[in-house]
Design a protein around this ligand. Sequence first.
Ligand code: ATP
Ligand code: MG
Length: 416
Amino acid sequence: MIQTIRGFRDILPDEIQVWQRIEQEAKNIFENYGFKEIRLPILEKTEVFARGIGENTDIVEKEMFTFPDSKGKNQTMRPEATASIVRSYIQHKMYARDPEQKLYTIGPMFRKERPQKGRYRQFYQINAEVLGIDSPILDAQILVMLNLLFKRLEVKNLSTKINSLGCPLCRKTYNEALLSFIGNTENLCEDCERRKTKNPLRILDCKVESCRNQLEGAPLLKDYLCDECKIHFETLKNCLELENISYEIDDYLVRGLDYYTKTAFEIQTRELGAQSAVAGGGRYDGLIEILGGPKTPGIGFAIGFDRLVEIIAAKNGENNNIGPIVYFLAFGKKASEKAFKLCNELASKNIRAEMDFSDKSMKASMKKANKSNCRFCAIIGETEVEKGIISLKNMELGSQEEILEKDFISTMEKNI
Ligand code: ATP
Ligand code: MG
């Protein structure tokens, strides 16, 4: 038996309803806020991510599926969407038409991580990004929009964590202070030792216990923000309060990517055990330039679609098997032709209809009708053909009536 690769999985028809519902709610809400959908390739030149996420991030250092093309140039299965969206914004000169773009995309991402519950090698994200606007009011609006989506999906027990990472200016002073604080420590993990020279801020994000302990009393970013960054963060907080969005300030929230500036946020759940982040995002005012575009601010987020599904599916355990409105049982050639045509006509009128294709006995066919979970069973046998009628059985009531063939479609239209 051939099976899926470790960390890759099928999403089966029994599970799909939750996925579809989330996708519809997300699209609906995002579009109400002026976002437009963009669809991007899964394979990109490696440099999109190496430059766009940062060489010294976990994703680029350890997690990417990268392989050479026939000429030996490296290409990568996208591990996230932001860098691709920005690549597209620049490639198609979207900024020339309108520098302000609100874009969303939904699709699979690929990371070579250790597979476990809530962590897959192919997983799905719902992404939304706004390019060209630097107002902190937008940052708040994005968080309000995310909160609205979770509310619609009835996801509770969430906490919104926010922090400000400052701009390159205030971050420079902060990095110096942080480095001098940890200057003499020798017990940092291997990753953090590297981070010291490459990206000190990421030391704050280290999950290793001994590193965390050593950070006790370390200088905090918030005390090093320049006036502009401070005002930006204050405005964000005020706007969240205006909308009664509860949030927690997390001084250690830096997020994995190199390019974040000012606002960083994460939405966590208490319902998933170890993998608690369901969405994360932030502002990246330097990224568009890094990828070769004009100086343009940006902000966005990614929702972990798989984890969101797990929270919602755990709550609504019921089987959502939606059956057809009409299930046709036909006996004999003439009857089958009639069922074939009526079935097509109903489906074309948006009435779910299916037919039994097996040429079996009434009893066996009736079993299939029951299993299909249909609302009505339409029976066409020899007698029905002769009389020009269809016997319609209401599966819930168990009652049966005869309907003139010519009135059948209109009767069904009235019945739903
Ligand atoms: P984590 O700390 O859980 O590794 P991350 O910071 O790497 O998350 P992001 O790059 O911010 O994650 O991606 C946004 C969201 O995508 C995460 O909050 C999470 O819900 C989801 N996600 C990330 N990696 C995976 C994965 N391997 N499998 C399933 N979902 C994932
Ligand atoms: Mg990760």
